[in-house]
Design a protein around this ligand. Structure first.
Ligand SMILES: Cc1cc2nc3c(=O)[nH]c(=O)nc-3n(C[C@H](O)[C@H](O)[C@H](O)COP(=O)(O)OP(=O)(O)OC[C@H]3O[C@@H](n4cnc5c(N)ncnc54)[C@H](O)[C@@H]3O)c2cc1C
Length: 554
């Protein structure tokens, strides 16, 4: 297939002429250009729409002047909407030269060629050479990435972009108002209500796709390669990725199942400063990308957009069921599902989620904060990091903290950075009590807790970091959890030195083993874990050592 070669398109209603032009073009330009031939204006426009959707470019349009269904001029006029940078030439008979000259103004014609064009070396190629040179100077390049068209303030458009970014899928973003966005919609035969539109590198159009559909169509793995593994890892944050790297590198048949995008909370961190081996810090995105490549290099399968909804012990097999149907089995399971942010339960916040209100830090939106009023809620390290990062873009960042200071909840290095950043303001003793806006967040209501007064402030963005709960609801009844839902493992399962009543083995649960043998927990989801990237990665690695020990005893 000749993908990404620029196109030279010729259209003529006389099949003989059309073939002859195409043949002459191919002879001289076939090496570097894809020659596309059509026998009517509508057929040529259809071909151009497909070329647009595939992200390819058109260098030259060569149209016959007299065509019954649609004249060459009408065709060129419509083709300009799709490929405004393509150079345009008309093929005319001698009698039509006056009309062709007039057309120079209508469609900004570059040239007209008289039929017949023999010999091509004298009459066709010099013209084409100059048109191609002009086109090259304009710098039109093929788009090999996925393309997304959406509204600036649309929660679904944001979700699609965020999903692609977090999975390291390169894409180009166009709003419906931008000419390229409008052209893509037109090429797909859609209007601005059909958004977000995703055009895959193969030219497929997905309108408002689910993450599952999106993942599968942009080339992410979503289906297990087999139905039985040594270990299934649920969750693709640092703990899950750590487990995947160690398991696969030690020869275990490994699959990692992630419901959204790999990286987990860490994937959203703008700068992790305290992870061993990165003295200048590392962004969560980079760390995730490296870990994912490392796990794959050793042979781990990583499935994205596959949430797990149930877990079952079937004899010696441990079986996990996907939320969207299907299951996969293994000797062992490592649960690394981490935590989810608490929602801000105030009027307006739910409706404006994705429209200015965000949970965690979204690198996709950070650049939109330029010159805006940005608020960050929370007093922990993640809120502090986000405030420092956002201050590079925003006019002003206000950190809203319910407590009367940061000292008890935030690391000293971050407090110092915040103090040294002139466009960060810290408001302690303050709580958000409302959010309002039309298509996007416009105002916040802030309560001064001590005074009991409420003030309304203009705000474009609100990033929320107010604690998190473990992602374990789906494990209720199957495996022991503490009162807050975190998974109990190892010695935490022993009550007064006694094993849980349903525990079937004559040994104690291993350190990271849950209340069902062969099911392990690692990272933030585990009760009493240290909520840090390094400890999550370490626990992932340690869980695999215990998986080996478990398998050896089987
Ligand atoms: C903004 C921010 C900045 C931070 N900065 C730092 C820092 O600088 N240094 C530091 O040490 N720590 C930092 N942390 C904390 C650190 O990111 C976490 O401790 C770490 O990510 C925990 O890793 P984890 O793998 O246990 O869980 P998570 O990172 O929470 O990952 C869990 C993964 O499991 C997936 N999942 C959940 N349920 C399911 C299911 N049913 N099926 C499939 N998949 C599922 C989730 O989608 C998620 O991807 C930060 C956290 C945040 C939010």
């Amino acid at each position: 297939m000749e993908a990404n070669k620029p196109v030279l398109l010729t259209v003529d209603d006389d099949p003989g002429v059309s073939r002859a032009v195409a043949r002459d073009l191919r002879r001289r330009y076939g090496q570097d250009y894809r020659i596309v031939r059509a026998e009517s204006g509508p057929q040529a426009l259809e071909a151009l729409r497909e070329i647009k959707l595939r992200g390819d470019t058109v260098a030259v349009l060569l149209a016959d002047y007299r065509m019954p269904e649609m004249s060459g001029l009408e065709f060129l006029e419509q083709a300009m909407d799709l490929f405004p940078l393509a150079r345009r030439a008309l093929l005319t008979a001698y009698a039509d030269t006056d009309a062709a000259i007039q057309a120079i103004n209508v469609v900004d014609l570059d040239h007209y060629l008289l039929k017949p064009w023999d010999p091509p070396d004298e009459k066709l190629y010099p013209v084409l050479d100059s048109l191609i040179e002009l086109w090259h100077d304009a710098g039109d390049k093929p788009v090999t990435e996925t393309q997304v068209v959406g509204h600036r303030w649309s929660a679904r458009s944001f979700e699609v972009r965020d999903f692609l970014a977090r999975n390291s899928v390169p894409y180009r973003w166009f709003t419906v108002e931008q000419p390229d966005g409008a052209r893509l919609l037109e090429a797909a035969g859609l209007d601005a209500t059909s958004i977000p539109l995703v055009v895959t590198p193969a030219g497929d159009c997905l309108v408002d796709p689910s993450v599952e559909d999106l993942a599968a169509r942009v080339g992410l793995s979503t289906t297990p390669g087999t139905d039985f593994y040594d270990t299934v890892i649920v969750g693709g944050g640092p703990a899950g990725l750590g487990a995947a790297v160690y398991a696969a590198s030690e020869g275990l048949r490994t699959v990692l199942l992630e419901r959204r995008a790999t990286g987990g909370q860490a994937g959203q961190s703008s700068r992790i400063e305290n992870y061993l081996g990165f003295p200048d810090g590392v962004s969560g995105g980079q760390l995730t990308d490296r870990a994912r490549r490392q796990a794959r290099k050793f042979g781990a399968e990583i499935l994205t957009a596959r949430g797990v909804a149930a877990l079952e012990a079937r004899g010696s097999s441990r079986v996990v069921r996907f939320a969207d149907g299907g299951e996969v089995a293994a000797h062992t399971v490592v649960l690394a599902t981490g935590v989810d942010y608490h929602r801000l339960e105030v009027p307006g916040a739910d409706r404006l989620t994705g429209l200015g209100v965000f949970y965690g830090l979204s690198a996709t939106e950070a650049s939109s904060c330029a010159e805006r009023e940005v608020y960050v809620v929370g007093g922990g390290n993640s809120a502090g990091q986000a405030a420092v990062f956002l201050a590079r873009h925003a006019r002003r960042v206000t950190l809203l903290v319910r407590a009367d200071g940061l000292e008890r909840s935030m690391s000293y290095y971050l407090i110092r950075q915040i103090r040294e950043t002139p466009n960060i303001e810290v408001r302690v003793g303050t709580q958000v009590v409302g959010a309002a806006g039309g298509e996007h967040l416009e105002r916040l209501s802030l309560c001064d807790i001590a005074a009991g007064t409420v003030e309304e402030v203009p705000a474009s963005f609100l990033f929320v970091f107010i604690g998190a709960a473990p992602c374990t609801d789906w494990l209720d009844g199957l495996i022991a959890r503490d009162p807050d839902g975190f998974l109990l493992t190892g010695a935490d399962l022993l009550v007064g030195g006694k094993r849980p009543t349903a525990w079937p083995l004559d040994r104690d649960p291993y350190h990271l083993e849950g209340s069902v043998p062969g099911i392990f927990a690692a990272g933030d989801v585990r009760a009493n874990s240290v909520k840090r990237v390094a400890s999550a990665v370490g626990e992932g690695a340690m869980a695999i050592q215990l998986v080996h020990r478990y398998l050896e005893a089987q």
